[in-house]
Design a binder for this molecule. Structure first.
Ligand code: UD1
Ligand code: CA
Length: 448
């Protein structure tokens, strides 16, 4: 039987003090809600996201990440049980189980979900995820008998004795889909907050002979994001995990705490990352490649043995083949750079294809943009581009061609040709000395 996923993401998140819906704030380069989808990536059922505040934007972002996701709208936020009931239509004939995650709680581990599934298959109708904490704050308290869950009391409704309970509700629930949807429709809102609480399910279920149990996880998994400070703390935690995972798999991070990773960064074993490197989304670095200090990469693939930086910028669509060299103050965008090709200093290569074993001289630029359209530059293999060559796209420079330093190349260069596209030098004998004398005399006269 499939296990479906419902991600609750309708809350306003007013404590973020933001015009951006909370779940669209980025953590490790991905919107917060996407981390819930990643946690549940091993589930095989339907995926539903419940949206409310900023719903159109959240829905668009969710469908961008996962084109098959179903969006359920909760027009007014009447509570967590009400939010879950918004997914009822999508899941009405779906059978199987349903897992509830929050869009603002990014660190639930797949292993924890598996542990809940194991408990569920052992004759439990509903599994609620709890955690022990020394500081239970305003979390819902779990009233248990062994691992049997009798009920959950929200902080606002709890007695002093119940407030003393240290086993808290994370909000994560796994239950039979039909049972879940029936029970959420039976929840009332006679409580301190006047909300429809998902946490009423164990008590309602018990009256019908349904069994609820508690699975436990570490509190760190339940870290929720409510404020900018929480988001910063979550980013810190995310980065620590990601760095550690890369070190463990055999990547060298010379100064791990200074390297910033994204949710999908792939660094192969024996890649070397120098200090202060930022990886935006979509980067893959092959084994034995070296990313030197102060480089910024996003949407880029770096081949084996390649060297990037220091101070390089790789933008989306960059494909660097094996043993390429991208040096300081070089920007590459939407360009394929062939094996052993070097772009060592102060260049911009965009919307281009460069063959193997070519050398792009310092300060060269592919002039790819005419103010309206982008155009392509093609550079062959074994090419030598002289320093400060401007390549006015669309333009093609053939294999083993050369361009003279300072050229503005606006016509194709055939294979093997040398293109010189600059004005001829004219030396005027003794003219510089005469000019200096004249200028210095004028300055002296002005001083009086
Ligand atoms: C909830 C739990 C509480 C638990 C805590 C853990 C209930 C009643 N309480 O409390 O036991 O300890 O989480 O963090 O479930 N949401 C909607 N629509 C709504 C209401 C909420 O989509 O109508 C979403 C929110 O965006 C959020 C999540 O559900 O992602 C939790 O809602 P929130 O209001 O933060 O619940 P808590 O009061 O923290
Ligand atoms: Ca909360």
């Amino acid at each position: 039987m499939p296990t479906h996923l419902v991600v609750l993401a309708a809350g306003e998140g007013s404590r973020m003090r933001s015009n951006t819906p909370k779940v669209l704030h980025l953590l490790g380069g991905a919107p917060l809600f996407q981390h819930a989808l990643i946690s549940a990536a091993r589930l095989d059922g339907k995926r539903v996201i419940v949206v409310g505040h900023g719903g159109t934007d959240v829905a668009a972002a969710a469908q961008d990440v996962d084109p098959e996701i179903h969006v359920a709208e909760q027009a007014t936020q009447l509570g967590t049980a009400h939010a879950v009931s918004m997914a009822a239509e999508t899941l009405k004939d779906a059978g199987g189980d349903t897992l509830i995650l929050y869009g603002d709680t990014p660190f639930i581990r797949p292993e924890t979900i598996e542990q809940m599934q194991a408990l569920r298959s052992a004759g439990t109708d509903m599994v609620f995820l709890g955690f022990e904490t020394e500081d239970p704050g305003r979390y819902g308290r779990m009233v248990t008998d062994g691992d049997m869950l009798e009920r959950i009391v929200e902080f606002n409704d709890a007695s002093d004795a119940e407030k003393a309970i240290t086993l808290c509700n994370s909000g994560v629930v796994l239950a039979d889909t039909k049972v879940l949807m029936r029970l959420v429709s039976e929840v009332g809102n006679t409580n301190a907050a006047g909300e429809f609480y998902l946490t009423d399910l164990p008590e309602i279920g018990a009256k019908q002979g349904l069994v609820a149990r508690v699975a436990r996880c570490d509190q760190s998994e339940t870290l929720g994001v409510n404020t900018r400070a929480d988001l910063a703390r979550a980013e810190h935690v995310f980065q620590e995990h990601a760095r550690r995972a890369n070190l463990d798999k055999g990547v060298t991070l010379v100064s791990p705490e200074s390297v910033h990773l994204s949710f999908d960064t792939v660094l192969e074993q024996d890649a070397v990352i120098e200090p202060f490197v930022v990886f935006g989304p979509g980067v893959k670095v092959a084994s034995t490649a070296r990313i030197r200090a102060f480089s910024h990469l996003e949407g880029a693939h770096v081949g084996p043995g390649a060297s990037v930086g220091p101070y390089a910028r790789l933008r989306p669509g960059t494909e660097l083949d094996a043993e390429t060299r991208i040096g300081n103050f070089v920007e590459v965008k939407n360009a394929q750079i062939g094996e052993r090709t070097k772009v060592n200093h102060l260049s911009y290569i965009g919307d281009a294809h460069v063959g193997r074993g070519s050398n792009i001289g310092a300060g060269s630029v592919t002039c790819n943009y005419d103010g309206v359209f982008k155009h392509k530059t093609e550079i062959g293999s074994g090419v030598f581009i002289g320093s400060n060559t401007m390549m006015v796209a669309p333009v093609k420079i053939g294999d083993e061609a050369m361009t003279a330093t300072g050229s503005v190349i606006s016509r194709d260069v055939p294979d093997g040709d040398l293109a010189v596209a600059r004005s001829r030098q004219d030396n005027k004998p003794g003219f510089a000395r005469k000019l200096f004398q004249k200028l210095r005399a004028r300055k002296a006269a002005e001083r009086g």
